[in-house]
Ligand binder design. Structure first.
Ligand SMILES: NC(=O)c1ccc[n+]([C@@H]2O[C@H](COP(=O)([O-])OP(=O)(O)OC[C@H]3O[C@@H](n4cnc5c(N)ncnc54)[C@H](O)[C@@H]3O)[C@@H](O)[C@H]2O)c1
Ligand SMILES: O=c1ccn([C@@H]2O[C@H](COP(=O)(O)OP(=O)(O)O[C@H]3O[C@H](CO)[C@H](O)[C@H](O)[C@H]3O)[C@@H](O)[C@H]2O)c(=O)[nH]1
Length: 342
């Protein structure tokens, strides 16, 4: 299949591209490199440096080929930053998405896969695992920007027949088990990479945001799903789109508190993590854990990395070999070759 991947230079997108290439698909990336990295794009992949907020530029890329499937990973994605910059987040994420969806619908694209999020849910209305049909009630502008996009996709299906899969990831984590790719957000805001950096001495002190949540140890609980398992879901869901549009929750079904993540990193690395308490971070729900039984049943997806230590191990291995991320150190020989630009 000919695949267009918007946001393919980022963390999740680049891991999905590896899966697409291994499955024999042809891949082209559209990315503005605002948070992504050229070095994260695997060899043999076309690249367009374009910004989705620019409708004309987006249309130009989308109209270049008859794409069999379009993936949309491009977004601003920090829950807490979105509370501090609500209109910026709402504008950027909805405008980018609407430009891409409109261009695809007009171009006759039939399959579209969208990175949605667990941030659609507030975590309060369900005790235990959050099913696909839980009430949508985002705790942040980020979550709402994703919901607007999900709704636009409903209309793209009804009016243009463009089928879509909204994959509502819980917390993406880990790195390619073969060490070809990893997580390099700048600044890094995610708990697992920051905890690893603290263990490795790359970050002096980890702050844990909030000690008084209604959870067993008072810290937030999240469902960490390995990025390679996420990639597998993206590839499997393509076939499902011949039947109907879908929206699936995608997580491991197990919750880990922020303190349990510190313990996991200490176990796996054999090093102490220096941390201290800090105030709650705006926009954080107390608990988000997925019920992913529907995607498992309908497309046969099964996470391979269910144990938190195995997820942390892959992230730690990548970071040990790439302490500067994609920035200063080149990827190992044979894992990546020069990018072919269109
Ligand atoms: N990382 C997670 O835990 C997580 C969880 C749930 C959902 N998501 C969603 O998954 C997607 C990927 O997340 P990620 O962690 O890989 O993020 P990322 O920042 O690593 O990747 C996003 C990519 O999109 C590109 N991009 C951003 N805005 C763009 C624009 N206007 N035009 C063109 N390119 C643009 C960036 O340069 C980057 O390469 C996001 O949509 C995010 O909201 C992530
Ligand atoms: O230095 C830090 C960083 C994070 N945390 C805490 O760790 C937990 C996880 O935070 P992350 O920033 O790692 O992830 P989020 O749950 O905020 O968000 C991630 O997962 C969401 C889905 O659950 C979104 O889609 C979002 O894009 C993605 O970044 C939260 O309680 C947060 O307060 C800390 O205590 N200290």
């Amino acid at each position: 299949m000919k695949c267009l991947v918007a946001g393919g230079a980022g963390y999740v997108g680049s891991h999905v591209i590896i899966g697409l290439l291994e499955a024999g698909h042809e891949v082209t990336v559209l990315d503005n490199l605002s948070t992504g990295h050229l070095a994260a794009i695997p060899p043999g992949v076309g690249f367009h440096n374009a910004d989705l907020t620019d409708a004309q530029a987006t249309k130009k890329v989308v109209s270049q080929k008859k794409w069999d499937v379009v993936f949309h990973f491009a977004a601003l994605s920090s829950v807490s930053e979105s509370v501090n910059r609500p209109f910026h987040y709402l504008r950027q994420n909805t405008l980018s998405s609407l430009n891409l969806i409109e261009a695809c619908a007009h171009q006759g694209v039939k399959r579209f896969v969208f990175s949605s999020t667990a941030a659609l849910f507030n975590g309060k209305t369900h005790h235990g695992l959050i099913p696909d049909n839980a009430a949508i009630d985002p705790s942040s502008p980020y979550g709402d920007s994703k919901y607007v996009t999900e709704r636009a996709l409903v209309w793209a299906d009804r009016i243009y027949g463009m089928r879509s899969a909204c994959l509502r990831y819980f917390n993406a984590a880990g790195a390619d088990p073969l060490g070809r790719l990893g997580e390099d957000h700048r600044p890094e805001t995610h708990l697992i990479p920051l905890t690893i950096d603290t263990a490795l001495g790359l970050n002096p002190l980890l702050k844990i945001f909030g000690s008084d949540y209604n959870t067993p140890d008072g810290t937030c609980v999240r469902d960490y799903v390995h990025v390679t398992d996420l990639a597998d879901a993206h590839i499997r869901v393509i076939d499902q789109l011949d039947n109907a549009s879908v929206a699936y929750n995608l997580g491991n079904g197990k919750g880990f508190s922020n303190l349990e993540i510190i313990q996991s990193v200490e176990r796996v690395s054999g090093r102490k993590v220096h941390w201290e308490w800090a105030d709650r971070r705006h926009g954080d729900p107390a608990t988000l854990v997925a019920d992913s039984s529907r995607i498992q049943r309908e497309i046969g997806w099964q996470p391979q990395y269910q144990d938190i230590d195995s997820i942390v191990t892959t992230a730690l291995h990548w970071r040990e070999r790439h302490p500067h991320g994609y920035g200063k150190k080149r990827l190992p020989e044979n894992s990546i070759t020069p990018l072919e630009c269109i």
